[in-house]
Design a binder for this molecule. Structure first.
Ligand SMILES: [Zn+2]
Length: 134
């Protein structure tokens, strides 16, 4: 996990800029992309004056505000918003599904299908799902 792909820029003379919040000079450290793919706006960084200013806009904040950027990053091996990708599939237990298989006369989707394909065909198709129930 390359959790340190985005980090605060290492200090070199002149690398610190004016803080976008408090405006003081040479106190603002920007975030950089280790892989050089993402260039963050100038307000993504941290102010040295943690007590009096406290400005800190992280790459995570930036990606939350710009979700479209995430898909544009080629290397998805970062632990930002792609968490859902690694989730295992989940299933609803068959006994719970079986309890929903009633009252079709009140089911708008069932009634819609019946109006399009005919009740006989829909009843046949709905009965098939019982065969494939795990
Ligand atoms: Zn500041």
């Amino acid at each position: 996990m390359t959790s340190h792909r985005f980090h605060l820029q290492k200090y070199v003379p002149g690398s610190k800029t004016a803080c976008p919040k408090c405006g003081r000079k040479a106190c603002f450290v920007r975030y950089v992309d280790e892989q050089g793919e993402v260039v963050f706006p100038e307000d993504v960084g941290r102010c040295d004056h943690e007590e009096s200013c406290g400005y800190h806009r992280t790459p995570r904040d930036f990606f939350n505000d710009n979700p479209g950027m995430v898909g544009q990053i080629e290397n998805q091996n970062i632990h930002y918003p792609q968490v859902a990708r690694s989730l295992a599939p989940s299933f609803i237990d068959g006994s719970i599904v079986a309890k929903t298989q009633c009252g079709y006369g009140r089911n708008p989707l069932y009634r819609y299908f019946c109006s399009v394909f005919g009740k006989e065909e829909i009843d046949r198709l709905f009965s098939l799902q019982d065969k494939y129930m795990i």
